[in-house]
Design a protein around this ligand. Structure first.
Ligand SMILES: C[S@@+](CC[C@H](N)C(=O)[O-])C[C@H]1O[C@@H](n2cnc3c(N)ncnc32)[C@H](O)[C@@H]1O
Length: 326
């Protein structure tokens, strides 16, 4: 699945940007990014549609690309899974909904759950020419920490870059409520930082205790073998539009978005986890390739020599984040 925004979403974003001062938007995008980095949540940062638009310009392409990459892998681990309903929790401009529809075209209904009015409004404006399930998405303005609330059930529940905004003490309960709403798969995507990884580790532990099958990225449901300062994360490269380069004050025509994720399924939904997962870019040398793997026995550095032609040919096609089923 391509990491590029689907054409109707790109066109809608461009339409929203028409006539808007690029300098003003770049300043706003820089302010909102700095506030997010300083640990402020959307509630304090996104005060109106202009702020939501600045976020979308600066972050939507990257959060979409991360979701696309994660859903691709989830679909590989659950080839028979064909969700018809999606709950996008902490939906913002709805990157996860658009990516879910690309990954699973059989989706028929989408719900956006978000506490932010400006984000829900922007998601609706960006969906003006979207395929029917996104164009007609139900909007639920609600607080994920709403204590004891049960959310509408959906085959796929996704929360992308949202858990980061939930106070740590409330995250387990929020993840529990999202898991209760997921009839098939719950996918959590977080920034690829040590803090994002730590949030997912806690969520993983709680989900395993509640009987979830971990489909990806972990090859097993036992304790994670990674120890600080190491953390499990992945990256996706995406093109940068001219507006995005201006907003970010960046020269490179692409960016690498780092993310961490977890795909947890109801028993029977997936075919199980991969045998092992490639944890960094494979290192290639004259005699062969070196793979850093997380496998059933823990962490492993495996050498695949050129002499083993079949294995080497397979290993050469692998990248960071791929499953290694050999
Ligand atoms: C960083 S944005 C991510 C948006 C989108 N999912 C993405 O991937 O681009 C975080 C989103 O979570 C929402 N959010 C944060 N805390 C929330 C809460 N307690 N209840 C509902 N939504 C919340 C924010 O309003 C915002 O839309």
């Amino acid at each position: 699945m391509s990491p590029d925004l689907p054409q109707p979403l790109r066109a809608a974003l461009e339409r929203e940007l028409e006539g808007v001062s690029r300098r003003g938007l770049a300043e706003r995008a820089a302010r909102t990014s700095a506030a997010y980095r300083a640990g402020q949540g959307s509630a304090g940062v996104i005060r109106g549609l202009d702020d939501a638009l600045a976020y979308a310009l600066a972050r939507l392409p990257a959060t979409y690309a991360a979701c696309a990459s994660v859903f691709d892998e989830a679909a590989r681990r659950a080839p028979g899974f064909a969700p018809r309903s999606v709950l996008d929790a902490g939906s913002g401009p709805a990157a996860a909904s658009w990516a879910a529809l690309e990954a699973w075209p059989g989706v028929e209904s989408v719900t956006w759950l978000d506490a932010s009015g400006p984000f829900l409004d922007l998601a609706g404006r960006l969906a003006a020419e979207a395929p029917a399930p996104i164009h007609g998405a139900a909007r639920l303005r609600a607080d994920l920490t709403g204590g004891g609330t049960s959310w509408p059930k959906a085959d796929l529940v996704a929360a992308s870059y949202a858990l980061a905004e939930i106070p740590e003490a409330r995250q387990a309960e929020v993840v529990g409520a999202l898991w209760a709403a997921a009839s098939g798969l719950l996918v959590l995507v977080e920034p690829g930082t040590p803090a994002g990884f730590a949030r997912l580790l806690r969520a993983r532990e709680a989900l395993v205790a509640q009987g979830a099958d971990i489909l990806a990225p972990c090859p097993h449901a036992r304790a994670c073998p990674l120890a600080a300062p190491d953390w499990c994360h992945f990256a996706v490269r995406l093109p940068r539009s001219r507006d995005h380069r201006l907003a970010k004050g960046a020269d490179a025509p692409f960016e690498d978005e780092k993310f961490a994720y977890l795909a947890a399924a109801r028993p029977g939904v997936g075919v199980g986890a991969a045998a092992s997962r490639v944890l960094r870019h494979p290192r290639s040398g004259k005699p062969g390739l070196e793979l850093r793997l997380c496998g059933p026995e823990g962490l492993e550095t495996r050498f695949v020599g050129k002499r083993d032609k079949a294995a080497h040919a397979r290993a050469r096609r692998l990248g960071w984040g791929d499953a290694w089923d050999a």
